[in-house]
Design a protein around this ligand. Sequence first.
Ligand code: TXA
Ligand code: MG
Length: 333
Amino acid sequence: MDTVILEANEENIAKCAEMLKKGEVVAFPTETVYGLGANALDAVAAAKIFKAKGRPATNPLIIHVADKQQIYSVAEVNEGARKLIDTFMPGALTLVLPKKGNVPDIVTAGYDTVAVRMPDHKVALELISKAGVPVCAPSANTSARPSPTRASHVYDDLKGKIPVILDGGMCPLGLESTIVDMTKTPPKVLRAGAVEIDEVAKVIGDLDTEKVMVDTLAALKVPVGYVPKAELVFSAFYDNMSDVINKYYDSNKNVHGYRPVIFCMNFNADKYKGRNVMLMGESVAEYAKLLFERIREAENLDYNLIIAEGVPMGGMGTTVLSRLIKLSGGKVI
Ligand code: TXA
Ligand code: MG
């Protein structure tokens, strides 16, 4: 199958909406990462997503909606969920809710709950609204690869396996949504993501964050999640981390065929003089946005060892650290 990349203009969005209606899959941009979408109410269409990604059937999909009302058509919404919907949607928050009977089992991997979010991205919203159906979509990468933040990343992973990619440029947030399971008391955070957990807690109070911690620790033992082609290690965050990073860089350079690169904040670049660096911006939020993007860039430049600066815990720092741990399999230097 040929995979075409279409600029996300009115005409092409309409074309892709038609494809969704006909049961085809379409890769499309959201504010977090690119998704690989299909009609969420069509089990045959949803199956194509699992096939293209090589995704295990046990891993459920997020349903994307174009307006808040559509959430009520696929899920039961309780009081806490309603508050979060009003506050954060459209936006990078996904809620797990009891599902309604019209959602096929394949979408929810047989669970009686469904994950739902309304993306804050013009192209995604137009596509879903023109398709006239909710759209189930995981990130549009091959399973276990970093999530794609550009159309070219989707192409690299899924060319020949999907018919079309709507190109809406770089995703503004660059990493996945925060997921909260609203069927638990207190609600349980399943994934730290682009919305800060503290902001969610401000709206609904107590949150169970144990899973985020446990998963993070589990990744230290059993590398799960992403597999970058380059090996990734990261430093804990402290004043002199550049010394440790430089030492690690120098001792691995030219050894075991390593071509190292350092991921650092712009204002730290001077500390790594004479070494390869890639810049992660001026703030933790920018670091979060650029992380997946820089990994794919580094891979394309044939670097095979990424040494990433750590960031402070808290806020988006927690999200970035959870991704660094996943990416590195817990390899802290
Ligand atoms: O930002 C995002 O969330 C992106 C964009 C495309 O929306 N999507 C995304 O999807 O990251 P995916 O499939 O890569 O990650 C969704 C996660 C999976 O870990 C899945 O297990 C979890 O959501 N999930 C989905 N439905 C669930 C459910 N009913 N209960 C618990 N977890 C669920
Ligand atoms: Mg994913």
